[in-house]
Ligand binder design. Structure first.
Ligand code: IVH
Length: 705
C-alpha cells in the first residue's frame, strides 16, 4: 500500500498503512532524536508525515492513539537525569509552498476573526537541536533538551560550557526559561570531523548530528571541547512578560546577552513573509551554518495567547521548509567502478542537470540491489521500481555528499528498455565477481592481478595517512602504472624507481610530462625519505580490507615490531596461540583477523608485501606511556555496563593515561573494571589474581591524572 495514492486507499488498506507509517516514523524518530543517527532524509521524513496526515484527514475515525501527528521528538535516552518541562516544548507545523503560507495567514485571521493589521515575524529555522535554559533570579539553574516535549534530558553541566549561553542575566524576570537552538557552524564541524578522524574517533554525518552528539555527552569536559553555539528564539515559563510582541521579546533576549538571529524580520502579511523567505533562501549557502527553512510567528503576543495550541504545535507559528534539492534528468548509462578492495560500485552517468546550484552528471547507485529496487533484506524500495538506462530519474543532493537517485518516472520509460544486468565478472580484469553471504557488495576476486584494484591500492599506499610521498599523488600513480619504461605496478616498484631510472642516466623520468631533472630528483629524495616508515603507517598502507588507520595503530601498539607482527599474522590460524592472541586485542574482531591473516597467507599478496618490506626500514612503534599516571603501562579490561561514560570514552581516557586496553582477561591483565552485568571475565580475573575495580573506584584512581 506504500505506493498507493491516498484517495485510492480502501478503509482496510488505510488502517494498515497508518500502522506501517506509525512504525516507520517511530523508528525514524528514535534514530534521529535518541541515537543522533538519522536513517532517512528530512525530505523523506516530511513526506511520510504528510502522507500520514492526509490519510488521517480522509479517514478521521482511523486516527491511532499513538498517531505520529501528535508526537514531538522521541523519548529521552538513559544516562541523563530527566527534566519535566514547566511549559511543553512544541514542534512546528510545516508549510511546503506559497499557498500553504497564505493558508496559514488565512487560518489565523479566521480563528481570531481578525480583519485589521496582522503582523508576523520571519526568521531562519536553524537545523540544530532545541534547548531550554532556566534562569532563576538571573542565574542559570538548569538546561534541558526537548526530549518528547514533556520530559527532556538534564544537560545543565554541558550547557554551561557553551560560550553563547550566559550564566547570569541582569534585569531579567525572576523566572525565565529561554529556548533556542544549539548548532555547529560549517567550519567548526569540518574541523571537528578532521580532529575526530585523526584521533580514530567517530565522525559525524552533518553539523546537526555533531551538535547533538556533542551536547549529549555524559562527560561535560567533552562538550566543552566542542565548538557549540546557541541562538535564542523563544521562551517557556516566565514570571513576568518580556514584551508585548514577539519581535520585542526577541530584542530583550538579545539585550540579556543572547545571540538572536540577525535575519529576523517583521512582515505585514504573506507577501512580505514570502519575500523574506526568498531572501533567506538566497543567503542560505553563505550563512556558514545549516538552516532548513523559515519560521513565521504571529507578532502580537496577546493574539498568540488567544490562538494557543493544537496537540503538538502552536496555531500561531509555522515552519516553511526549503525544498529538497531535486531535479529530473536522463540516465545515460551505468558504469561499474572497481575499488581498492575489489568492490564493484555502479555509478549513474546522467545528462548534466543543475541541482541546488551545482551541475550534476554522476550519481552513486550504491549496489546491484539498489538498481533493482530492493534493499539489503530483499524488500522493495521505491515501490520496487528499478533503474534502466534511458530512464528519467530524479536526482538529489543533501549537504555536500555525492548526489543520489531518488526516483524514476515509469511513464517516460522507453519501449524495449531492458533491466540492467549487473556483471558477474570484473569489468577490468574478467575475474569472477562474487557476493559473500550477507554482503550487499559484489567483489572482484582478482586481487593484485586486477589492474583496477592494483592501481587503487597504489593510490591508497601513497595517500596522506599512509606513505604520504611528496610529488607522488593519485595522478602520478596512474601515470607510472601505465608507463612502459618505468612501470610501477606494486608498492615495492616505487622504491626501485630511482635505481631503475639511474641505470639510464636519469633520462627516462626527466622527459616525462611534468618532470624535469629537478622534479625527478625531488621525487626520488621524497621516496628515499620514506624508506624509514613507522609500523602503523606501513600496516595501514597495505590497504587490507577492514584494516583502517585505527586498526593499524592498535596492531602496531600490540606487536611493536614488524617482525613480531609478521610472524604472528603469518601463523595465526584458528586453534593456535597466535590466533588467540590476535583476537584478544581490544578492537580486533573476527572479521578483521580473518581479513588480515588471509592477506598474509595468500601467496601473491605475500610476495608483494615481502618485496616491499625488503626495501624498507620499518620503525617499531614504542608505546608512549604517560609515565606519571597511576595506570601508565598497565593492561586494563572493561566489562559489564559502564554508567558514567561510554565504553569508547572509557577506553580513550585509559589510553590517554598510558594504559593498554585489552578485550579479554589473561595473566597479563593488571586491572579489570567491572560494571553491572559483568560475567565470565570476573571469574577469569579471580583465576589470575587480577585487581577488580568498580567503575567509581576506577574513576577515583584516575581522578586528577
Ligand atoms: S519556534 C512553539 N523558531 O524547529 C514553537 N523553532 O520543527 C517553538 N527551530 O522544535 C519553536 N529554528 O527545535 C522556532 N527560529 C526558530 C527555530 C525553531 C529551529 C526548531 C526547534 C523546533 C523545531 C520545530
Amino acid at each position: 500500500m506504500a505506493g498507493t495514492a491516498v484517495d485510492q486507499l480502501t478503509e482496510d488498506q488505510a488502517r494498515g498503512e497508518l500502522a506501517r507509517l506509525a512504525e516507520v516514523l517511530a523508528g525514524a524518530n528514535r534514530a534521529y532524536h535518541t541515537l543522533d543517527t538519522p536513517e532517512i532524509s528530512d525530505a523523506d521524513y516530511d513526506a511520510l508525515k504528510q502522507r500520514n496526515a492526509a490519510i488521517e484527514a480522509r479517514f478521521p475515525q482511523l486516527k491511532r492513539s499513538d498517531s505520529p501527528s501528535d508526537q514531538i521528538g522521541a523519548a529521552v535516552s538513559d544516562g541523563f537525569g530527566k527534566v519535566a518541562h514547566a511549559v511543553r516544548m512544541l514542534s512546528l507545523e510545516n508549510a511546503f509552498d506559497d499557498s500553504d503560507v497564505h493558508d496559514f495567514a488565512d487560518r489565523v485571521r479566521k480563528y481570531l476573526n481578525h480583519t485589521g493589521d496582522l503582523r508576523f515575524t520571519a526568521e531562519p529555522k536553524i537545523d540544530g537541536l532545541s534547548l531550554s535554559l532556566r534562569y532563576e533570579a538571573g542565574v542559570l539553574v538548569q538546561a534541558a533538551t526537548r526530549g518528547d516535549g514533556e520530559v527532556g534530558e538534564n544537560v545543565t553541566d554541558n550547557a554551561r560550557t557553551i560560550a553563547d549561553i550566559p550564566q547570569h542575566l541582569t534585569d531579567a524576570p525572576d523566572v525565565l526559561e529561554v529556548r533556542g537552538e544549539v548548532y555547529m557552524s560549517h567550519s567548526d564541524f569540518a574541523a571537528l570531523n578532521a580532529r575526530q578522524a585523526a584521533a580514530g574517533g567517530k565522525t559525524f554525518a552533518n553539523p546537526r548530528n555533531a551538535a547533538a552528539g556533542s551536547l549529549r555527552q555524559l562527560d561535560a569536559a567533552i562538550t566543552a571541547a566542542r565548538p557549540l553555539r546557541f541562538f535564542a528564539y523563544s521562551w517557556g515559563a516566565l514570571s513576568a512578560p518580556l514584551a508585548s510582541t514577539q519581535y520585542d521579546a526577541i530584542a530583550r533576549l538579545a539585550a540579556f546577552g543572547f545571540q538572536t538571529n540577525p535575519l529576523t524580520a517583521l512582515c505585514d502579511g504573506p507577501e512580505a513573509m514570502l519575500a523574506q523567505y526568498r531572501q533567506i533562501e538566497q543567503l542560505r549557502a553563505a550563512l556558514g551554518y545549516d538552516i532548513d527553512g523559515v519560521v513565521y510567528k504571529v507578532n502580537d503576543l496577546g493574539l498568540q495567547a488567544r490562538l494557543g495550541f493544537r496537540s503538538a504545535t502552536p496555531r500561531w507559528a509555522i515552519a516553511h521548509k526549503f525544498p529538497a534539492e531535486l531535479a529530473w534528468t536522463e540516465l545515460l548509462g551505468i558504469d561499474i567502478q572497481v575499488g581498492r578492495t575489489g568492490a564493484l560500485s555502479p555509478v549513474a552517468r546522467l545528462r548534466p542537470v543543475t541541482v541546488g546550484g551545482v551541475v550534476v552528471s554522476n550519481a552513486t547507485l550504491h549496489n546491484e540491489d539498489y538498481i533493482a529496487g530492493r534493499d539489503a533484506k530483499g524488500n522493495a524500495i521505491r515501490g520496487g521500481k528499478d533503474f534502466r538506462i534511458g530512464d528519467w530519474v530524479q536526482v538529489y543532493r543533501a549537504g555536500d555528499v555525492i548526489p543520489k537517485l531518488a526516483d524514476v518516472d515509469l511513464e517516460r520509460r522507453k519501449d524495449g528498455a531492458q533491466a540492467f544486468v549487473f556483471p558477474h565478472e570484473c569489468p577490468e580484469c574478467g575475474s569472477p565477481a562474487l557476493r559473500e553471504e550477507g554482503d550487499a557488495v559484489r567483489r572482484c576476486t582478482g586481487g593484485l592481478i586486477c589492474p583496477a584494484q592494483a592501481v587503487e591500492r597504489l593510490k591508497h599506499f601513497v595517500s596522506r595517512h599512509a606513505f604520504d610521498i611528496d610529488g607522488l599523488g593519485a595522478k602520478q600513480v596512474e601515470m607510472f602504472f601505465r608507463d612502459a619504461d618505468l612501470p610501477v605496478k606494486t608498492p615495492a616498484d616505487i622504491f626501485t624507481l630511482a635505481s631503475r631510472d639511474a641505470a639510464n642516466g636519469l633520462k627516462r623520468l626527466k622527459n616525462r610530462d611534468g618532470f624535469g631533472e629537478t622534479s625527478a630528483r625531488k621525487l626520488f629524495a621524497a621516496i628515499e625519505d620514506k624508506r624509514r616508515i613507522p609500523l602503523d603507517r606501513l600496516i595501514f598502507a597495505l590497504g587490507i580490507r577492514h584494516v583502517g588507520e585505527v586498526a593499524a595503530q592498535i596492531l602496531s601498539r600490540h606487536y611493536s615490531t614488524w617482525e613480531a607482527f609478521e610472524t604472528a599474522v603469518t601463523h595465526a590460524v584458528p586453534g593456535t596461540a597466535a590466533w588467540d592472541e590476535l583476537l584478544s586485542i581490544d578492537g580486533v574482531g573476527q572479521i578483521l583477523a580473518e581479513s588480515l591473516t588471509a592477506a598474509f597467507q595468500n601467496e601473491a599478496e605475500r610476495a608483494a608485501i615481502d618485496a616491499l618490506v625488503a626495501q624498507l626500514q620499518v620503525q617499531p612503534v614504542v608505546w608512549k606511556a604517560a609515565t606519571d599516571s597511576p595506570v601508565a603501562g598497565k593492561t586494563v579490561v572493561f566489562t559489564g555496563s559502564l554508567e558514567k561514560m561510554t565504553r569508547a570514552e572509557a577506553k580513550a581516557r585509559a589510553e590517554s593515561l598510558g594504559a593498554k586496553v585489552a578485550g579479554s582477561v589473561s595473566a597479563k591483565t593488571d586491572i579489570l573494571v567491572a560494571g553491572p552485568g559483568a560475567g565470565s571475565k570476573l571469574k577469569e580475573a579471580a583465576k589470575h589474581g587480577v585487581t577488580v575495580l568498580a567503575e567509581e573506584d576506577w574513576l577515583a584512581l584516575i581522578e586528577g591524572a
